[in-house]
Design a protein around this ligand. Structure first.
Ligand SMILES: C[S@@+](CC[C@H](N)C(=O)[O-])C[C@H]1O[C@@H](n2cnc3c(N)ncnc32)[C@H](O)[C@@H]1O
Length: 278
């Protein structure tokens, strides 16, 4: 199995987010569907004051930034950072204010000369190869009375939208991703994230679990959407594996989805965790 190269991973991750960002924004994040019901809750938990300086790490297309922006006045400051230029272009269109800046920046190499009152990162932390480095930097640039709020997905069992198709993919093409590459369920057990926060020097750590639901349509709609969004970066490898393997993956995915199917429509439960610390 090929080894994991963090630089290669970030280059391909950026290319992938540049491709999927519009679909991600308009069909998911901006619609507050499924896991994105967390956006308002996470921002509420950050207890943002109008004059706060706020950092949105891996801000993507800016849905969290938009909620933060609503709570700031002209004395506040909002900074969003992300790897994907396409995502940032959408973010800039949705939050177009003088007190807001979006930067193309790797979360593992953030450089700021001032501190923030609040730092948020929704569905981003699991993608950073060196989470420790990001959290240590976050602690250094968070003011003494500051607060950090992170949002992550649950385990594979608790987020069947991801695992119903990914499980058979991994069964038939086990080397589809380099061993050691980050995956969406990395902090599905929030105790692992709490440990990382503690090691980075944070205190008052608390995690709350939410179970949302996501209407994925018919199996065929779910399959198509998944292949062109979640599995976009690995789709060429799946297609190259041949039609027999593709059929087996599809058939097993269908079986995995059956508990969530009613009248030909899928409703997935979707567990997320909102973790805060100061
Ligand atoms: C699932 S999206 C989340 C976007 C946004 N926070 C939201 O809630 O909609 C993950 C984002 O992480 C960004 N990302 C991944 N690795 C990154 C890194 N090393 N530094 C900065 N951004 C990164 C991607 O470009 C993508 O926009």
């Amino acid at each position: 199995m090929p080894g994991f190269d963090p630089t290669e991973y970030k280059i391909s991750s950026r290319a992938n987010w540049n491709t999927v960002a519009p679909d991600y924004h308009y069909n998911w994040a901006n619609e507050h569907v499924g896991p994105f019901k967390s956006t308002i809750e996470a921002v509420r938990l950050a207890e943002i004051s109008p004059s706060d300086k706020v950092l949105d790490i891996a801000c993507g297309t800016g849905v969290v930034s938009k909620e933060i922006s609503r709570r700031l006045d002209e004395t506040g400051l909002l900074v969003g950072v992300d790897l994907s230029r396409t995502a940032l272009t959408i973010a800039k269109q949705s939050v177009n204010k003088d007190n807001t800046n979006f930067f193309e920046m790797d979360a593992e190499n953030m450089a700021f000369r001032f501190t923030f009152d609040k730092i948020l990162c929704q569905y981003g932390i699991m993608f950073f190869p060196n989470v420790r480095k990001v959290l240590e930097t976050a602690r250094k640039i968070l003011s003494i009375r500051g607060k950090i709020v992170l949002v992550v997905h649950g385990t594979a069992e608790d987020v069947p939208y991801f695992s119903a198709i990914m499980k058979p993919i991994l069964k038939y093409i086990p080397d589809i991703r380099p061993s050691g590459a980050p995956n969406v369920h990395r902090f599905g057990n929030p105790a692992d994230l709490e440990k990382e926060l503690e090691s980075a020097g944070f205190a008052n750590i608390s995690a709350s679990r939410r179970v949302f639901s996501y209407e994925a349509g018919s199996f065929e709609e779910y399959w198509q959407d998944y292949m062109h969004s979640t599995a976009n970066s690995i789709r060429p490898k799946i297609e190259n594996a041949g039609s027999d393997i593709m059929s087996s993956i599809k058939n097993e995915s269908k079986e995995n989805v059956s508990p969530y199917l009613k009248d030909d429509k899928i409703t997935f439960p979707w567990t997320i965790f909102i973790v805060s610390a100061s």
